[in-house]
Design a protein around this ligand. Structure first.
Ligand code: ZN
Ligand code: ZN
Length: 129
């Protein structure tokens, strides 16, 4: 009984993983992310990525395989993907963003359970965060 109660009270978590499973990312799911951003900047649209944004300290990344990263233009974020399966997992900030927060983007295309984000508003913008 007490185990069940603890499970029910456990804060929701959003879990993301690449296709081969080598890279896993988790973030708190409660409260739910404000929105999903299908970013139309020159890079994201070519990755087909759609992001949720979290302060770096809220994100847990587990790697059992190598990643590769790409920086461009002002080099304020490292786009990172799994070297084995090629899934774009997240971008990691090399800079502090407006508001003084170091945020990172997690690619919602890699969410493990689609239902977890079913009620989150979808936006299409050119804004990075
Ligand atoms: Zn992979
Ligand atoms: Zn973008």
């Amino acid at each position: 009984m007490s185990d069940q109660k603890e499970a029910a009270n456990k804060p929701k978590q959003l879990n993301f993983s690449c296709h081969c499973g080598a890279i896993k990312v988790s973030v708190p799911g409660d409260p739910a992310p404000e929105h999903i951003n299908e970013c139309m900047c020159s890079n994201c649209r070519k990755h087909g990525a759609a992001w949720v944004y979290f302060p770096v300290e809220k994100v847990t990344i587990t790697k059992t395989g190598p990643t590769k990263a790409y920086l461009w233009d002002e080099k304020i974020c490292e786009f990172t993907w799994c070297e084995a399966c090629g899934c774009t997992m997240y971008w990691y900030p090399t800079a502090i963003f407006p508001g003084g927060i170091k945020k990172m983007g997690i690619n919602t295309r890699c969410i493990d359970n689609l239902d977890d984000l079913a009620r989150v508003e979808w936006r299409v913008t050119w804004d990075m965060v």
